[in-house]
Design a protein around this ligand. Sequence first.
Ligand code: AMP
Ligand code: FE
Ligand code: FE
Ligand code: ZN
Length: 279
Amino acid sequence: MRIDLHTHSTASDGTGAPGDVVAAAAAAGLDVVALTDHDTTAGWQDAAEEASRRGIALVRGTEVSAQSEGSSIHVLSYLHDPRAPALLEETTRARASRETRARRMVELIAADLPITWEDVLAQTAPGTTIGRPHIADALVASGYFPDRSAAFADVLASGGRYHVHHYAPSAAVAVEAIRASGGVAVFAHPGAEVKGPIVPDRVVREMAEAGLAGLEVHHRDHSLHQRERLLALADELGLLVTGSSDYHGAGKPNVLGENTTSPEALARIEELGTLPVLR
Ligand code: AMP
Ligand code: FE
Ligand code: FE
Ligand code: ZN
């Protein structure tokens, strides 16, 4: 069984449509794939239809924006009720704030590298959760950078002078909203030092008290040292362990199935979640 529980489509900052992500997962020989776009469930329907056509199992999920002491963190929610108000209110608010923030970042960047909001919209599917990767795509289309990674290394950097924050709930509030909506909360790439400062164990403990179910330990942004630290923390706190690709299509080098989750962890997620895994 090959299980990949973290992927993105054009419903957020992936480059393939939801159905294309599922088709690519089937072609890569995966048995189970989760679609986990940032702050949205908009891709679920198309993903489900393609999964049924391809005979691959689908876990419906969302990567929820959150923050800890001002630093951005991500919490995966699996198998939640997409209409439940607790999580829907948080993701709706984050999505609106993401748009305001992206417009502001484009204004700041445009003073040095002329691009327009229309250039960014030209890189997005209707209704997408907008993020810095879409600004990156506009900068690439305008010839300023060769690819997203180069844009992130420069004007889109988290600590940089063009960076603007968007609304996101605290880590514990995000976990509570996921639980209240029937979802299973897994802390995404909690040891990704490449993305900025990582949260201390204390914050993971607070999230565990709020109902966190697991840690995404096996992720390309984790050093061996971080994996060992996180495995010990998961063991201590009784959290399940996942591994995933965080596939973004052509937007990142991440390859489907490059990290995977055990069938036992998936079975536990299905037990704890509200929706079934679609098989
Ligand atoms: P935002 O959500 O707007 O703050 O942008 C963060 C998103 O950008 C993350 O979800 C990543 O998928 C993406 N990202 C971060 N760093 C890079 C990079 N170096 N290359 C491509 N995408 C990136
Ligand atoms: Fe992303
Ligand atoms: Fe993430
Ligand atoms: Zn992700």
